[in-house]
Design a protein around this ligand. Structure first.
Ligand code: NDP
Length: 445
């Protein structure tokens, strides 16, 4: 890197001790170097220096009372990263590992992902180090109400529209929305991922996982292959993983393994998704319960070794950095031909290098998992129109969006002499639209 090295160095210096954020900006800036060479006017206008700095970062105390009448304190975050092409949009993550660096890495990636969807949404992300696991519904409700009591003043249907992410599903969105409405006295599309009877979009729940498979299907076909008859590993058993596994199965693949943060199950006959949904969505239990329903399946404690199971296609759908260099090598040695990232940044930088050097199909998160936020934007459209589309209408739009994202990323990679490099293609295609908009709007931020 020549032109952008200083931007990267300055950004790292200004944001010490944030390894995930450093990882994300390094990957993006490295692939944007040829864009900086081609557009000296963007360098001159400080577009690169500005895009790595969030427009606004909000951190706040969230105090709430647990079931034992004890006061608990968590920290809340909302990083409003970039509003050049639309209102900030991105999920809320509730997980004990959440810190400012994680929220910034996610918010930064979100800028490009949202731009890739072709829809008018800027980038943002938020959350808390609160852990909903093991809490009662009443505790989760009190936490969400306290969280929204601060967040409400920073968001709005034309300003910032949060959604779910890890630990924030339909239940949490419901409590957050109820509190927002109570404070603002306003029924508005300020959150997405809402329940269907109160402004949610059909197919939003399925969108990230389905979208991942639509993207992979198009990419596989472009490379003379398909899901038909393939063996697939899916990590995680949450929102993204469950519906990725469902769509991969519908497209003719056999999903043989899934996981949660405690361990993974291997079912050589193909995972029974109805059982997974019952255990994870309805009963909120651990994935190891699966072997009580299917004694033929095998449960292994610890999720790391899921990648040692031979497969044709790997779909990491749990969390960041879940595939390291060693797992990447094992996947390749066992014949894996394609990796599609459902989670955000699930592969380490070293793992990505190994995948790319091997020439297999590698689909990066910001392109491959953009179906969730795209459908959230479709939820916003429906809320604005006070109208709802059918499941089939939303699903058809989602499919078209994912096909377009693949084609645009692919085209951008080729235009910069890197045919097949979807990491570079996605970064460039996502960036160019935002850069043009920032340039046109002057030094506003
Ligand atoms: P969920 O909370 O629904 O599910 C997360 C799954 O991953 C669970 O099975 C969870 O296990 C597992 N998991 C979480 N943290 C870890 C960890 N540290 N180690 C191992 N397993 C872990 O989240 P989502 O499915 O919504 O999100 C999954 C990923 O997809 C995240 O990276 C998210 O940012 C990304 N994403 C989500 C979108 C969405 O629409 N939901 C959109 C785009 C990206 P357990 O049950 O034990 O907690």
């Amino acid at each position: 890197m020549k032109i952008l090295q200083k931007v990267l160095d300055d950004c790292k210096k200004r944001n010490p001790n944030e390894p995930e954020f450093h990882q994300a900006i390094t990957e993006v800036l490295e692939s944007l170097e040829p864009v900086a060479e081609k557009h000296p006017e963007w360098v001159e206008a400080g577009i690169f220096d500005r895009i790595v700095e969030p427009e606004r970062q909000i951190m706040f105390r969230v105090a709430w009372v647990d079931d034992n009448n004890k006061v608990q304190v968590n920290r809340g975050y909302r990083v409003q990263y970039n509003s050049a092409i639309g209102p900030y949009k991105g999920g809320l993550r509730f997980h004990p590992s959440v810190n400012l660096g994680i929220i910034k890495f996610l918010g930064f990636e979100q800028i490009f992902k949202n731009s890739l969807t072709g829809l008018p949404i800027g980038g943002g992300k938020g959350g808390s180090d609160f852990d909903p696991k093991g809490k009662s519904d009443a505790e989760v409700m009190r936490f969400c109400q306290s969280f929204m009591t601060e967040l409400y003043r920073h968001i709005g249907e034309n300003t910032d529209v949060p959604a779910g992410d890890i630990g924030v599903g339909a239940r949490e969105i419901g409590y957050l929305y109820g509190q927002y409405k109570r404070i603002r006295h306003d029924f508005t599309g300020v959150l997405t991922g809402k329940g269907i009877p109160w402004g949610g979009s059909l197919a939003r729940k399925e969108a990230t996982g389905f979208g991942l498979c639509y993207f992979m299907d198009e990419a596989l076909r472009d490379n003379g292959s398909s899901f038909e008859g393939k063996t697939v590993l899916v990590s995680g058993s949450g929102n993204v993983a469950t519906y990725a596994a469902q769509k991969a199965t519908e497209l003719g693949a056999k999903v043989v393994a899934m996981s949660d943060s405690n361990g993974y199950i291997y079912d050589k006959n193909g995972i029974d998704l109805a059982a997974i949904k019952q255990i994870k969505e309805v009963e909120r239990k651990r994935i190891k319960e699966y072997i009580n329903i299917h004694p033929d399946a095998v449960y292994t404690e610890g999720c790391r070794n899921i990648w040692t199971i031979p497969c044709d296609i790997a779909l990491p759908c749990a969390t960041q950095n879940e595939i390291d260099a060693e797992s990447a090598k094992i996947l390749l040695a066992n014949g894996c031909k394609a990796v599609g990232e459902g989670a955000n940044m699930p592969s380490t930088a070293e793992a990505i290098e190994i995948f790319q050097a091997s020439g297999i199909l590698f689909a990066p998160a910001k392109a491959a998992n953009a179906g969730g936020v795209a459908t959230s934007a479709l939820e916003m459209s429906q809320n604005s129109m006070r109208y709802s589309w059918t499941f089939e209408e939303v699903d058809a739009k989602l499919k078209q969006i994912m096909v377009n994202i693949y084609r645009n990323a692919s085209k951008a990679a080729e235009a910069y002499g890197q045919k097949g490099n979807l990491v570079m293609g996605a970064n460039i295609a996502g960036f160019e639209k935002v850069a043009q908009s920032m340039y046109a709007q002057g030094v506003a931020y």
